[in-house]
Design a protein around this ligand. Structure first.
Ligand code: NAD
Length: 481
C-alpha cells in the first residue's frame, strides 16, 4: 500500500507523530494508501518554513512577473498530469472519472488567470488634501496563508485558493481533508518541478482538530481560506477572530432549483437531474430542493423519474457510469439517516430511498438516487444539507411563493431558475438571496466569475479578478515633500 509523506519546506517528510492513517477507496470500501497523521509539531515546522520563505527567502525577491510565470508553468504541468491527478481523485473520492478529469483539465486555467493577474496589481497615487505631501498605495501580500479544504472536490478547491494566494506573493500551507489528501500531496511534485522555492507551498495532512486548528491559530499565519462544513467553519472563524486575522469561508447550501410553468420542461428536468445527482449529490451547490409550479408538477415528476431511473450506477472509472459511490462511510450513513427522517416526516418517496444493492455497486458505499414528493419547506429534508443524491420536490402556486420558499432556508449559496421569460428571469434572480443564480442552467462555474455564499453559506468570494485583492492588504505611503 502506498505510504505518503507530508511536504514541508521543499522536502518529503515523515510526520512527527510517526503515525499514518488509511485512506479508503469508496468504490471498494478498502484502504488504498496511508496518509501522514501530522500534529502541531508539523504545523509549527511548516509555518516556520512558510514564514522564512515569505520574509527572507528567494520568493520575497521575485518580481510579480516572475511569480506569474511560475504559476503559468505550474498550470502547464497540471495540464500534462491531468489524467493522473484525476485517477488519484477517483480512487480517493469516488467521483466519476469523466467529472474528475474534466475538473483537472480545467484546473490549469486558475493558474494561467491568476498568473496573468500577478503583475497587474497596481497601487494608486492619491491627490491628498494635505499640501506638501505625496501619497500612494501599495498592495502587499499578507504573509503565510493557511488553506483548508473538504473532500468533495479536493484538488479543484485547493486551486481556487492556491493560485490567487501565490499570485499575490503569499506563501501557503495546505491542509486537505483527511478523507482525500492524496491529490494535494501528488501535486507537490509539480510545484517542485515548476521551481517554487522551498517553503512557498507546503502540505500538512491530518485531522482538523489535531493539526488544522494549529494552522489557523498560530500567530504567524496571517490569513485563512476555508471550504467545508458549517461546524468546522464556525470553529475556524472563531479561532481566526481570536487571532484577529481575515478568514474566508465557503460553506454548505440547500439550493433551490425553480421550474416555472413557462420553462422548457425537458431542459429543466435534465438540469434538475444533473443538479442533484451529479457527483452523487455531494456538492455544496447541489440543487437539493426542486420548486415546481403546481401546473407542471406532475409532468416534471413523470419526466424526472423516467430520466433518473435510467441512471447507471457502478465503478466510477467506467465511462458509462453516471452515479458513483458516496465518498466516505460516515457520509453514506448520514444520507441514509436523512432518508429515514424524510420518510418519518411524511414525505413521499417516489424513487430510491435506500442503499443500492445492485451487483455493479460491489462493496462500495452506494445510495440509490432518491426523490421525495409532497415535501414542505418546514421539513428537515428541505432545510438541512444532506450532501447526497436526495431530491425534495416542493410545489408552488406563483412567483411570490417561489421566491419565499427559495429564500426560506438558512443557506444562500446558489439557485437555478427555469423560465423562458426574460422579465421573470431578471426579477426572480434579483429577489433570490444567494451568491450565484443560474437561469436555464445549473452548476456552471468559472475562474473568472465570483463564487460564494449569502447567509450561512459563507463569507467572502472566490474566483474573479477581485479575488487577488482578498490575498493582499493595502498600505498607504505618505512622503513629506
Ligand atoms: P469539514 O468541515 O468536516 O472539513 C473541511 C476541512 O476542515 C477538513 O480539511 C477538516 O480537516 C478541516 N477542519 C475541520 N475542523 C477543523 C478545525 N476545528 N480547525 C481547522 N480545520 C478543521 O467539511 P467536509 O465534510 O470535508 O466537506 C463537506 C462540506 O463542505 C459541506 O458542508 C459542503 O457544502 C462544504 N463545501 C462548500 C463549498 C463551497 O464552495 N461553498 C465547496 C465544497 C464543499
Amino acid at each position: 500500500m502506498k505510504q505518503y509523506q507530508a511536504y514541508i519546506d521543499g522536502q518529503w517528510v515523515d510526520p512527527a507523530s510517526g503515525q499514518w492513517f488509511e485512506t479508503e477507496n469508496p468504490f471498494t470500501g478498502q484502504p488504498w494508501a496511508k496518509i501522514p497523521r501530522c500534529n502541531t509539531e508539523d504545523a509549527e515546522r511548516a509555518i516556520k518554513a512558510a514564514w522564512q520563505a515569505f520574509d527572507k527567502g528567494p520568493w520575497s525577491k521575485f518580481t510579480a512577473s516572475q511569480r506569474g510565470a511560475m504559476l503559468r508553468k505550474l498550470g502547464d504541468l497540471i495540464a500534462e498530469k491531468a489524467e493522473h491527478l484525476a485517477d488519484i481523485e477517483v480512487r480517493d473520492n469516488g467521483k466519476l472519472k469523466a467529472e474528475m478529469y474534466a475538473q483537472t483539465q480545467y484546473m490549469p486555467q486558475w493558474f494561467y488567470y491568476f498568473g496573468g493577474l500577478a503583475d497587474k496589481i497596481e497601487g494608486a497615487v492619491i491627490p491628498v488634501d494635505k499640501p506638501g505631501f505625496f501619497n500612494f498605495t501599495r498592495h502587499e501580500p499578507y504573509g503565510v496563508v493557511t488553506i483548508i479544504t473538504p473532500w468533495n472536490s479536493p484538488l479543484l478547491l485547493v486551486a481556487w485558493k492556491l493560485a490567487p494566494a501565490l499570485a499575490a506573493g503569499n506563501t501557503v500551507i495546505i491542509k486537505p481533508s483527511e478523507f482525500t489528501s492524496a491529490s494535494a500531496l501528488e501535486m507537490m511534485d509539480l510545484v517542485e518541478q515548476a521551481g517554487f522555492p522551498k517553503g512557498v507551498v507546503n502540505v500538512v495532512t491530518g485531522f482538523g482538530h489535531e493539526v488544522g486548528s494549529a494552522l489557523v491559530e498560530h500567530p504567524k499565519v496571517a490569513r485563512v481560506a476555508f471550504t467545508g462544513g458549517e461546524i468546522g467553519g464556525i470553529k475556524v472563524a472563531e479561532a481566526a477572530a481570536r487571532g484577529l486575522k481575515p478568514v474566508s469561508l465557503e460553506l454548505g447550501g440547500k439550493s433551490p432549483n425553480i421550474i416555472f410553468e413557462d420553462a422548457n420542461i425537458d431542459n429543466a428536468v435534465r438540469g434538475a437531474v444533473s443538479g442533484i445527482f451529479a457527483a452523487t449529490g455531494q456538492t455544496c451547490l447541489a440543487g437539493s430542493r426542486l420548486l415546481v409550479h403546481e401546473s407542471v408538477h406532475d409532468e416534471v415528476v413523470e419526466k424526472l423519474l423516467a430520466l433518473a431511473k435510467t441512471a447507471q450506477m457502478g465503478d466510477p472509472m467506467q465511462a458509462t457510469t453516471q452515479v458513483g459511490p458516496v465518498t466516505t462511510r460516515p457520509q453514506y450513513e448520514k444520507i441514509l439517516s436523512y432518508i429515514d427522517v424524510a420518510k418519518g416526516e411524511g414525505a413521499n418517496c417516489v424513487l430510491g430511498g435506500s442503499a443500492a444493492s445492485r451487483p455493479e455497486c460491489g462493496e462500495g458505499w452506494f445510495v440509490e438516487p432518491t426523490i421525495f414528493t409532497g415535501v414542505t419547506n418546514q421539513m428537515r429534508i428541505a432545510q438541512e444539507e444532506v450532501f447526497g443524491p436526495v431530491l425534495s420536490i416542493i410545489k408552488f402556486k406563483d412567483d411570490d411563493e417561489a421566491v419565499e420558499l427559495a429564500n426560506d432556508v438558512l443557506y444562500g449559496l446558489a439557485a437555478g431558475v427555469w423560465t423562458q421569460s426574460i422579465n421573470r428571469a431578471i426579477d426572480i434572480s434579483a429577489r433570490i438571496r444567494a451568491g450565484t443564480v443560474w437561469v436555464n442552467a445549473y452548476r456552471v462555474v468559472s475562474y473568472m466569475s465570483p463564487f460564494g455564499g449569502y447567509k450561512r453559506s459563507g463569507l467572502g468570494r472566490e474566483n474573479g479578478q477581485a479575488m487577488i485583492y482578498e490575498y493582499l492588504q493595502t498600505k498607504s505611503v505618505w512622503i513629506n515633500t
